[in-house]
Design a protein around this ligand. Structure first.
Ligand SMILES: NC(=O)c1ccc[n+]([C@@H]2O[C@H](COP(=O)([O-])OP(=O)(O)OC[C@H]3O[C@@H](n4cnc5c(N)ncnc54)[C@H](O)[C@@H]3O)[C@@H](O)[C@H]2O)c1
Length: 317
């Protein structure tokens, strides 16, 4: 397997790089990233590995994508501008990276005869669907430009599979967390924000009352799911969208209190108005991934939070 990872300098991408480099089936891991939200320090440790190749490039530029597809057998497409608030502030930028960029990846992949494209979608595609847990075939109205961008690329993947020799698997990640997640800036995710606040003895901010729940998913479960998709020979598993989660919900208040215990901190968070475009609760049904791919999450929330806390406390961020 010679695998291209788009967005490989980001949080999920760089963890995938490390995971795939350790697999004997993998001959090459090539990364394309433009460092929009990723960091060289996420991938520096791999640069002496003979299986690893880094190309600084932009998926919004078709020629860049065409070039990195040469000699590749599988694609794991992770590059995007994440974050609902970012997409509200700058929807054009989200569209360019997430929609146009993904179309480039899909088009170049089919033109190069690449075996399959596994790509990052998002739980945000469920929008205001009131029924819980979320089931792959039932979608609500999208609530943000970010969600619209992910819903759009799912539609394009489906359309491409109808008109080109193109096979895909779209992974609807539910709030992934773990080592190498960005801790900086207004668009950082909630778990790294809590960790940094606790590490530095500052008050974390919770938008809303903290009772909103998410199906938080530790990175190792996401790596397992990507690997199952990249290697499966089950024909029925192709051209599907999958929830990638643990099928358990946890409130932000509970997350905060587990991390505060890890930090042995008594500092309380502050509460601010809820954010536009955010959903109240989010829980996945993961039966499809289990049935077609044999996916079972191995690391549950508490263990994942402790591992993540330990990682950030060994690293100087
Ligand atoms: N982390 C989560 O909880 C979560 C949840 C749902 C979906 N996702 C999706 O998973 C994927 C990975 O997310 P992440 O959390 O690792 O985010 P991240 O921001 O850490 O990684 C994204 C990477 O893509 C790169 N990138 C952005 N635009 C690019 C461009 N035009 N050309 C080349 N590279 C570009 C960034 O520099 C970054 O390295 C994204 O598609 C995201 O939308 C993540």
């Amino acid at each position: 397997m010679r695998i291209l990872i788009t967005g490989g300098a980001g949080f999920i991408g760089s963890n995938l790089v490390e995971f795939l480099l350790a697999k004997s089936e993998v001959e090459k891991v090539r990364v394309i990233d433009n460092f929009a939200t990723g960091y060289a320090h996420n991938i520096n440790e791999f640069k002496h590995n003979p299986k690893f190749e880094f190309v600084e490039g932009d998926i919004r530029v078709y020629e860049d994508v065409q070039k990195v597809c040469e000699g590749i057998t599988h694609i794991s497409h992770q590059a995007a501008l994440g974050s609902v608030p970012r997409s509200i502030h700058d929807p054009m930028a989200s569209n360019a990276a997430n929609v146009i960029g993904s179309m480039h990846v899909f088009h170049a992949a089919q033109a190069a005869g690449i075996d399959r494209v596994v790509f990052a979608s998002s739980s945000s595609v469920y929008g205001d669907d009131p029924i819980s847990p979320k089931q792959e075939e039932r979608l609500g109205n999208v609530l943000s430009p970010y969600a619209a961008s992910k819903r759009s690329i799912e539609l394009y993947a489906k359309a491409f599979s109808n008109v080109y020799p193109f096979r895909y698997m779209g992974l609807r990640y539910f709030n992934v967390f773990g080592p190498r997640q960005n801790t900086q800036g207004a668009y950082a995710a909630v778990i790294p924000q809590f960790i940094m606040a606790l590490k530095e003895g500052n008050k974390a901010t919770i938008f809303g009352d903290g009772e909103q729940t998410r199906d938080f998913t530790y990175i190792e479960n996401v790596l397992q799911m990507n690997w199952l998709c990249l290697t499966t020979q089950n024909n029925n598993a192709f051209n599907q969208f999958y929830n990638v989660a643990c099928q358990k919900t946890t409130s932000l208040n509970t997350i905060y209190s587990i991390l505060a215990d890890c930090a042995k901190s008594t500092i309380k968070p502050t509460y601010a108005s809820p954010r536009t475009g955010d959903i109240k609760d989010s829980l996945a049904n993961i039966d499809l991934a289990h049935t077609l791919l044999g996916y079972t999450p191995r690391i549950q929330i508490q263990e994942g939070l402790i591992k993540t806390w330990d990682w950030y406390n060994k690293k100087v961020q």
